[in-house]
Design a protein around this ligand. Structure first.
Ligand code: ATP
Ligand code: MG
Length: 468
């Protein structure tokens, strides 16, 4: 006999169950509605892509790429042996130690050899959207192109509330030649409309500008930042120390409590933007104010990747606890070129990704939104009425109501109690008396109100009694 074994979901990964799924569906439905009103169209993307796509676009010196991706080889059976072979030939043994000390080198080595293809589960979707945009030549479509997506993402992070290894994002991107602060404002306006329709009230929008790659803008600032960071280098942790060289802006991302005071004293980029970036940032703030969108400036808000330019933004809610960011976004003028080559270089983009798991928690806290609950009518039949009961159920379903009908006869009392437990709004009671008289009894379960109605009257009553 097989060994008795109980399976559980993998650490950091969870099931989302009813009735909560009803709320997820409602939120996704609102997203589709709102995005359609802003003329965004859905794009459905693969769950896995070449590892190099993410490494290039998200950036090698990020936690996501250096340690959080689920990567495997194609064909898969070669992977472990192949890694071991590579390590031996590179003069190392022991995978874990090597991987910790050289986050990105093994991947590069394997890619350079070109014998085995590496693929990863997607940790985010912007890279895929841009890849698809280039692959399908969408730059010839009347621009700008406005796309949205929703679905699971995968990052091997330390699991905790609001932080999972499979989590869900709802995101949108605008790609085209004319993308500037006006497009940023439009995207932010759509985002805020969406949150409002989800019933959120206490969320805060933070914005910043991280400048451009012109010599007198971000590069000049980064040189100054590096100098300041070197002065305090030995007070920083190993990640920040390394980033002084590789990507100093990312030091602002640090969540280490002991680094915060030091970071707060570093020079702000806002004071060092070039004239064009300053104009763009002022433009964004003006348009947001004009549209009545409240925001706060946060100079530490960097999406510290090379391809991000100018606008960055984030939305937080108090409900989400320590993991309080429910959305991150920004402009990425360099990304298309980075992935697709110089001929697309004039194409710019702006977008955001909402963390749906955290959004749902915030929506629950606000209590303003109800999930879509399909069950409206429970057909409580007893005696020799099965045929009539089936006919009524068919009629009600055809008229658009969610109906449950027990397959076997049940005592009325039992039917009514199951109907309440399942959250039905009405019970339609069908006994032999009802069949004989042609009048069915309908009971509103919330207050017990009871009526006797013919079938057409029943449909009319249920429709008129429905909440708007
Ligand atoms: P954080 O600073 O919280 O790690 P992030 O900067 O890594 O967020 P982004 O890559 O900008 O996040 O993703 C956008 C949104 O996706 C985040 O604001 C968050 O709501 C959500 N998110 C990111 N990682 C996770 C995760 N592991 N579990 C649940 N939601 C996540
Ligand atoms: Mg993160």
């Amino acid at each position: 006999m097989a060994e008795h074994k109980q399976f559980r979901a993998i650490r950091g990964v969870r099931d989302i169950l009813p009735p909560e799924t009803a709320l997820w569906n409602r939120v996704e439905e609102i997203a589709r509605e709102v995005f359609a009103r802003f003329n965004f169209q859905e794009i459905r993307l693969p769950i896995f892509e070449q590892t190099e796509l993410f490494a290039r676009s998200v950036g090698a010196d990020t936690d996501i790429i250096s340690k959080e991706m689920y990567t495997f080889a194609d064909p898969p059976e070669t992977y472990l042996e192949y890694i071991q072979k590579c390590l031996r030939e590179m003069g190392h043994d022991g995978y874990r130690k090597f991987a910790e000390e050289n986050p990105d080198r093994l991947r590069k080595e394997i890619e350079e050899r070109g014998e085995v293809k590496l693929v990863s589960l997607r940790p985010e979707a912007t890279a895929s959207v841009v890849r698809a945009y280039i692959e399908h030549g969408m730059q010839v479509l009347p621009g700008p192109l406005k796309l949205y997506y929703m679905g699971p993402m995968f990052r091997r992070e330390r699991p905790q509330k609001g932080r999972y290894r499979q989590f869900y994002q709802i995101g949108a991107e605008v790609l085209g030649r004319g993308v500037s602060f006006a497009a940023d404002a439009e995207v932010i306006a759509m985002l805020m409309t969406f949150f409002e329709m989800c019933g959120l009230r206490d969320h805060t929008l933070y914005i910043n500008s991280i400048g451009c790659n012109d010599q007198d803008c971000r590069p000049a600032y980064l040189a100054r930042l590096r100098t300041e960071l070197l002065k305090v280098k030995n007070k920083l942790g190993p990640d920040s120390q390394r980033r002084i060289e590789t990507n100093p802006l990312r030091v602002f991302d640090s969540k280490l409590p002991e680094e915060q005071e030091i970071i707060d004293k570093l020079p702000h980029i806002a004071g060092q933007l070039c004239a064009a970036c300053r104009l763009d940032y002022d433009g964004l703030k003006n348009v947001l104010s004009m549209r009545g969108i409240k925001f706060q400036e946060n100079w530490r808000l960097v999406r510290g990747l090379d391809y991000y330019t100018q606008t960055t933004f984030e939305v937080t809610t108090p409900g989400a606890g320590a993991q309080n960011a429910i959305c991150g976004g920004g402009r990425y003028d360099g990304l298309v070129e980075l992935i697709g080559g110089p001929k697309f270089s004039e194409i710019k983009g702006v977008g955001f990704a909402i963390g749906e798991d955290r959004l749902i928690e915030a929506v629950k806290d606000s209590g303003k939104l109800e999930g879509i609950h399909p069950l409206e009518v429970y057909v409580a039949w007893f005696g020799n009425t099965s045929e009539k009961a089936q006919e009524v159920a068919r009629l009600l379903r055809r008229s658009g109501f969610g109906v449950e009908i027990p397959v076997e006869e049940q005592k009325l009392k039992k039917s009514l109690s199951i109907a309440s437990m399942k959250g039905a709004k009405y019970a339609v009671i069908i006994g032999e008396d009802e069949v004989a008289s042609g009048k069915l009894t309908v009971k509103r379960l919330a207050d017990g109100d009871q009526k006797k109605l013919s079938e057409p009257e029943l449909v009319g009553y249920l429709k008129s009694d429905r909440r708007p």
